[in-house]
Design a protein around this ligand. Sequence first.
Ligand code: NAD
Ligand code: TYD
Length: 350
Amino acid sequence: MKKTIIITGGAGFIGSHVVRRFLINYPDYLIVNVDKLTYAGNLENLKDVANHPNYRFERADIVDADAIRSIFQKYDVTDVIHLAAESHVDRSIEGPMDFVMTNVVGTVNLLQAAKDAWKGRTGNIFHHVSTDEVYGSLGDEGLFTENTPYDPRSPYSASKASSDHFVMAFYHTYGLPIKMSNCSNNYGSHHFPEKLIPLMIHNIQHKKPLPVYGLGDNIRDWLWVEDHASAIDVIFHTGRIGESYNVGGLNEWTNIELVRFLCQLMDEKLGRSKGESEELITYVTDRAGHDKRYAIDASKLEEELGWTPSITFEEGLSKTVDWYLENQDWVEKVTSGAYQDYYEMMYNKR
Ligand code: NAD
Ligand code: TYD
């Protein structure tokens, strides 16, 4: 094998797309998915590649330094693509400590393990996957660039910003060969149905209230998850060591415009009368400290590495809605806690 890559968080939303892409595109890589399988991680997301000869799964908590070190030794790991994280802002407001443990302590554990394992070696890469939320909140004008000062405002973004700082500190202090990417909001298949788009799709389908926070005028910049996976692929292979790259597709929507658009799309797909689903929109109490606007300038990635998004938002959203309508059983499985234990048992039997 040319490379043996740990992908952390491979059973999550974005991680599963990255694992699948790397298995398909790089037949001479061994991919070791290291995932704790929290409520957000489901091996169901990878069932189509579970028997791929170049795929291994290790259930481990990145906070557990011994477990991580032994995985490095067991596989003689050459590279890391680090996605494992607690990722939901609302949960971070309810309880920040899990975010500190996984996103900060877990990341430092991985950095330490990589630093020790790769001592005296060359050619390794530690690619840290992060978010644009580390830059804070924008006003009406401007975009986040790689030079925008960090200004995290939620416990989630504070923990990711901290992890980013440790990644850069390991590069500057120890010369660990790192790369970093900071991406805007993703959407697509296998997105856990607590986040805005899959939650709204589910609630529209089942005619439940559509909870829009505050006035619905907060803005997010949405990117198709497979385009994020392709950006990670490009940055991992051709990005410069020690650099960070912003990832985004210049696709800003207010939440309320987006929810209305989803309602129209689903009225058509479900044969409902025009405007029927919009009646489900319910304005609810705003999120504490709700960031107003995120928007990414990805010109460094486009100009330096030639990456561009592959599809429009309209196409991507239509595909996403179709996927959720066709995979109702997935939604039921991932939202039932007992399923994870069951699936691990099935895996261990193999
Ligand atoms: P997710 O919540 O869907 O998946 C996270 C995965 O990490 C799950 O499989 C979970 O089981 C695993 N995990 C959590 N804690 C762990 C631990 N202690 N040890 C091992 N595994 C653990 O998240 P996602 O949306 O796929 O995000 C993946 C990464 O991309 C995160 O680092 C996130 O900050 C970043 N990111 C996400 C977005 C987005 O829009 N979702 C945008 C930019 C960046
Ligand atoms: P989310 O998907 O949680 O992503 P993030 O907070 O990381 O950007 O939320 C996207 C936007 O949608 C954010 O402005 C909060 C808003 N939102 C709602 O209005 N209602 C909801 O039920 C959820 C989950 C989010």
